[in-house]
Design a protein around this ligand. Structure first.
Ligand SMILES: O=C(CO)COP(=O)(O)O
Length: 256
């Protein structure tokens, strides 16, 4: 089975009403590969989700950037998986390093969130990745597999999961992983999945790269055999995101 290229635009905590309108307009006018060749998600801050959903081209899907660990209730400030589902949001990004580090989300909390989101019928983009210190100590493979193992301990079906490898040292720093570095981590992670989950999951699961992806570096990184797409931060707010969507371009079309 060939894995369909997958690209996410993670807007993080950015945007005003006017900026969101402009970005959606830019996205809607872009020539991109048809949905047979690429799956695209756009992840605005929660508050802009209904607005984006109502005017975004239909070949792009909307994703949330987080959700709560369990059924909603008395959890002030949280958004539940049921609410996302109810609003027709198909995807959620979980375990982003900014949440792991700034909000102290542990591997276990992330695993709980992934498990619950999947149980509610959401699709999950699970982020993993090592810090600079961990890379320098040669712990990359160990850290990334530990993060996936925590999820594997709770989750049996991986059909609705995409894994985003996002080395923390490459996020928002302009310091991108080389195509070889990305390929090495993706290859090792796929091998780990083959040994510890199943060979079918290893073959089918999409492992995408995130961390300072730009129009200038996307073709080389995206050309690696185990890189199945990107999770893009800063560049997803700009025109160049359209170029990134065409990193493996074959057929383009405007909008469905
Ligand atoms: O964190 C990221 C996507 O989730 C990557 O961010 P940048 O593309 O801004 O480095």
């Amino acid at each position: 089975m060939t894995r369909k290229f997958f690209i996410g635009g993670n807007w993080k905590c950015n945007g005003t009403v006017d900026e969101v309108k402009k970005i959606v307009c830019m996205l809607n006018g872009g020539e991109v590969p048809c949905p047979n060749h690429i799956e695209t998600i756009i992840s605005p801050p929660f508050i802009f989700i209904p607005m984006v959903k109502s005017c975004l081209r239909t070949d792009f899907q909307v994703a949330a950037q987080n959700c709560w660990t369990k059924k909603g209730g008395a959890f002030t400030g949280e958004i539940s998986a049921e609410m996302l589902k109810n609003l027709g949001v198909p995807w959620v990004i979980l375990g982003h390093s900014e949440r792991r580090t700034l909000m102290h989300e542990t591997d276990q909390v992330v695993a709980e969130k992934v498990d619950y989101a999947l149980s509610q019928g959401l699709k999950v983009c699970l982020c993993v990745g090592e810090s600079l210190k961990e890379r320098e100590c040669n712990e990359t493979a160990q850290v990334v597999s530990r993060q996936v193992q925590a999820v594997a301990a709770r989750v049996g079906c991986w059909a609705n999961v995409v894994i985003a490898y996002e080395p923390i040292w490459a996020i928002g720093t302009g310091k991108v992983a080389s195509p070889e570095q990305a390929q090495e981590v993706h290859y090792n992670l796929r091998k780990w999945i083959d040994c510890h989950i199943s060979c079918q999951v290893a073959q089918d699961i999409r492992i995408i790269y995130g961390g300072s992806v730009t129009a200038a570096n996307c073709k080389q990184i995206g050309g690696q055999p185990d890189v199945d797409g990107f999770l893009v931060g800063g560049a997803s707010l700009k025109e160049e995101f359209i170029e990134i969507l065409n990193a493996r371009n074959t057929h383009t079309h405007k909008t469905c």
